[in-house]
Design a protein around this ligand. Structure first.
Ligand code: PBG
Length: 329
């Protein structure tokens, strides 16, 4: 062994908190976080969701406190999901301007004008069969007849004042259909954040509980992506860029960080990642059992999603994470 071995000592850069802070490559800020909100029909409702402890379904008249809580810690972006009173084959309620989501959008833009309001565009919460597209013969999911409905739904949300529409249906061509419908009505500044790369994932389980939106037959594998595929992610991302998306999303987040980084390197758009319901609930459950330190796991998971390429993250932990970030943990 020669004198001075080892020559290279990476640990020097870890020797104190101030040095570690100095050389830190990525930092999260509360303004990067998007809080999902489940908006239900009716009045005076704040319903717990058993598979998502700490998450609730709100009726519009009960929304204010959670928005105020979020804003207090610097979270100003929200993505809304609707639970309609009735479901049918035509997803009629998806186009109702008085439905939970458009009503909530108007409420938020009126009472909290300095927020960014995003809406999920997909008909699975509105169809009686729970699929993200209309059915054709043999119960196949019909791509092209669904596009008009997604475009109309986007218009309903844009007219209510949504800043961003976020199609999550995975039909081919929907970004182009939505962009052209928005532009035709003069909504040239309404952004499209496309769930460009959305995998058919078991991690959506708790969300379907929350929204009562699971498919009544079959599964989503004919439209959502196969977790085994990487090249297909690049193709989906390229198509959505070409069709006019403003922000691309990869979903779920943690099991797909390689995909997130690869898409990030290939496009010149901001990337979003969705830390989905199953990611939330597994961390919460482990925390409740005392198996992990939940607060640290929240910050670590979000930081790693950011490092992998997401400039913005949808997470049910948004408020808790922002509190922790402000405390400087
Ligand atoms: C579809 C939609 C889903 C999620 C967001 N948008 C469910 C699905 O595709 O089955 C999942 C979000 C989550 O799990 O947190 N409207």
């Amino acid at each position: 062994m020669t004198m001075g071995f080892p020559i290279d000592r990476p640990r020097r850069l870890r020797s104190s908190q101030t040095i570690r802070n100095l050389v830190r490559e990525y930092r999260l800020h509360p303004s990067q976080l998007i809080l999902p909100l489940f908006i239900t029909f009716g009045k005076n409702k704040k319903e717990p969701i058993s598979s998502m402890p700490g998450v609730f379904r709100y009726s519009v008249d009960r929304l204010s406190p959670v928005i105020e809580e979020a804003k207090k810690v610097g979270v100003s972006s929200f993505i809304l999901f609707g639970i309609p009173e009735t479901k049918d084959l035509e997803a009629t309620q998806a186009l109702n301007p008085e439905g939970p989501v458009p009503t909530a959008v108007r409420f938020l833009k009126e009472n909290f004008p300095d927020t960014t309001v995003m809406t999920d565009i997909c008909i699975d919460e509105y169809t009686s069969h729970g699929h993200c597209g209309f059915l054709s013969s043999g119960n196949r999911i019909d791509n092209d007849s669904t596009l008009g409905c997604l475009a109309s739904m986007s218009l309903v949300h844009a007219r209510a004042g949504a800043d961003v529409v976020a199609p999550s249906d995975m039909m081919d061509g929907r970004v182009a259909a939505i962009r052209s419908a928005l532009d035709k009505e003069g909504f040239i500044d309404t952004l499209i954040m496309s769930y460009a790369v959305k995998y058919a994932s078991s991690f959506y389980g708790p969300f379907r509980d929350a929204m009562m939106s699971g498919p009544q037959f079959g599964d989503r594998t004919s439209y959502q992506m196969d977790p085994a595929n990487r090249t297909e992610a690049m193709r989906e991302a390229r198509l959505d860029v070409e069709e006019g998306a403003d922000i691309l999303m990869v979903k779920p987040a943690l099991p797909y960080l390689d995909i997130l980084r690869e898409v990030k390197n290939a496009v010149d758009l901001p990337m979003c990642a969705y830390q989905v319901s199953g990611e939330y609930s597994t961390l919460v459950a482990a925390g409740q059992n005392g198996w992990i330190d939940l607060d640290r796991a929240i910050l670590e998971s979000l930081l790693c999603i950011h490092r992998a390429g997401a400039s913005t993250i949808i997470t049910y932990f948004a408020i808790r994470a922002a509190e922790l970030l402000l405390k400087g943990e």
